[in-house]
Design a protein around this ligand. Structure first.
Ligand SMILES: [Zn+2]
Length: 441
């Protein structure tokens, strides 16, 4: 038995309640006591580890409800689909999970995984083979013949990377069942996809097709999430029975009403767009398109706020796993975007990033600091209910407790050098024309 007594801190319990002075006692992987200062210590064993949280904030570990732990901070779709081997993906994932944990994320949901390795990763964490946050996982994303956001890189049939192509309703039903057999906690539908000749993303599933996936999954007790980067797709997904909407870009009033009526949670995942808008051009990405990305956030934020006000659960997802959202760096950023773009208070944003996220992805015993919940706790230097940006600053995490144990943050930050064959290799940066050669001397 191991105990940790955290005393003297200000408690943000994840439910939206105002911060209050409280002590917290953890026993193994459970929160066993929460009480007014000085009232909990008597229940602690003499050898309990004692953490003085005076001047600090005690809160639930962050719940990142949309990240891709098997992508290894990929720089392009070409890499993702043609330069990633299943075994190496699993090995890099084991290392990247440590970064996620050290950014204060104690639980996450990964909707689709390279080559479907998600359930094995989850089981390896649960069985103590590798260190990592608690995980809910999909297998691969189901894509129709139109594809998703990787265009013609997606094969006409079969699977590649995170994608499983389904060409008719029979295949939708079959692969939904197979993914569940392979251990998926969630089924993921890629409801929208992009075409080279069209702007934005289009709905590439019929409502009946989505319903086939939802009915099949639900019959087996498994929920469904869908990538919906348009209003039409969000509305269709909700009507078809999808349980969690990712993005919900450009939603209109009618769709907000559908979300309200169904109670379907939304994970807008603004972080990727926000990073592109704010920093993309500085790292050579999306140059000249900053306003487009900012425009998508602004266009979506107003209706998202209306949905939030009407009671739609809003969740925080970082889309970590890409070069613009590397692991361990942006898991608190969505809460900051919620404050800046949706006008939420920091405390409301924290509830989105803790309790709302946990409950929506079916993790009902985390995301809240109260007796009976799991022992996932952050001790933060400062008050994130006054400055939400603290939660994106790893140096402010005085203690990260996962499953009742302190995460060792004194080790060097995990990293690896370039893995052979893992990157797209160009012959050259520019064309060597005769005229160009003559300028080279
Ligand atoms: Zn995603």
């Amino acid at each position: 038995m191991s105990e940790i007594l955290i005393s003297g801190g200000s408690l943000i319990d994840g439910t939206g309640a105002a911060p209050r002075a409280a002590d917290v006692l953890l026993r193994d992987d459970s929160i066993v006591a929460v009480g007014a200062p000085g009232t909990v210590a008597a229940a602690a064993a003499p050898d309990a580890l004692r953490i003085d949280a005076t001047g600090k904030t005690v809160m639930p570990g962050l719940i990142d409800t949309h990240l891709h732990c098997t992508f290894d901070d990929v720089q392009s779709n070409d890499e993702l689909f043609f330069h990633r081997e299943p075994a190496m993906s699993a090995l890099t994932t084991a290392q990247n999970l440590q970064k996620i944990l050290r950014a204060g994320v104690t639980s996450f949901m990964d909707p689709d995984t390279a080559w479907g390795i998600g359930p094995s990763v989850r089981d390896a964490i649960d069985c103590g083979v590798i260190e990592g946050p608690r995980m809910k996982t999909g297998y691969q994303a189901l894509l129709t013949a139109v594809g998703g956001t990787a265009g013609r890189l997606i094969p006409d049939e079969g699977r590649a990377g995170y994608a499983q192509v389904v060409n008719n309703t029979d295949e939708i039903v079959m692969w939904t069942r197979r993914h569940i057999k392979y251990g998926a906690d969630w089924i993921k539908i890629h409801a929208t996809g992009s075409l080279p000749t069209r702007k934005g993303e289009l709905l590439v599933w019929t409502e009946d097709e989505m319903k086939a996936a939802c009915d099949t999954a639900h019959d087996l007790g498994i929920p469904v999430t869908a990538h919906c980067r348009s209003d039409e797709s969000t509305a269709a997904a909700v009507r078809a029975g999808v349980d969690l909407i990712l993005h919900a870009s450009y939603i209109t009033e009618d769709t907000v009403q559908l979300l309200v009526d169904s109670g379907t949670p939304v994970c807008p995942t603004f972080t990727f767009l926000a990073n592109l808008a704010d920093y993309g051009p500085k790292v050579g990405a999306g140059v000249g398109q900053e306003d487009l990305f900012r425009g998508e956030i602004r266009a979506t934020a107003k209706m998202m706020r209306a949905a939030y006000d009407a009671g739609v659960p809003m969740l925080c997802g970082s889309e970590s796993g890409f070069a613009l959202t590397p692991y361990g760096h942006w898991h608190g950023r969505e809460m900051e975007v919620f404050v800046n773009e949706l006008g939420l208070t920091p405390l409301e944003a924290i509830t989105c990033g803790t309790k709302n996220g946990a409950f929506a992805v079916r993790m009902h015993d985390v995301g809240v600091i109260d007796v009976g919940y799991r022992a996932d706790v952050l001790v933060v230097d400062g008050d994130p209910s006054k400055d939400i940006r603290l939660l994106n600053d790893k140096s402010k995490f005085a203690h990260i407790i996962s499953k009742g144990k302190q995460v060792d943050t004194s080790r060097p930050w995990p990293s690896h050098t370039k893995i052979p064959g893992s990157k797209v290799a160009n012959w050259s940066e520019e064309l060597l024309t005769y005229e160009r050669a003559m300028t080279l001397g």
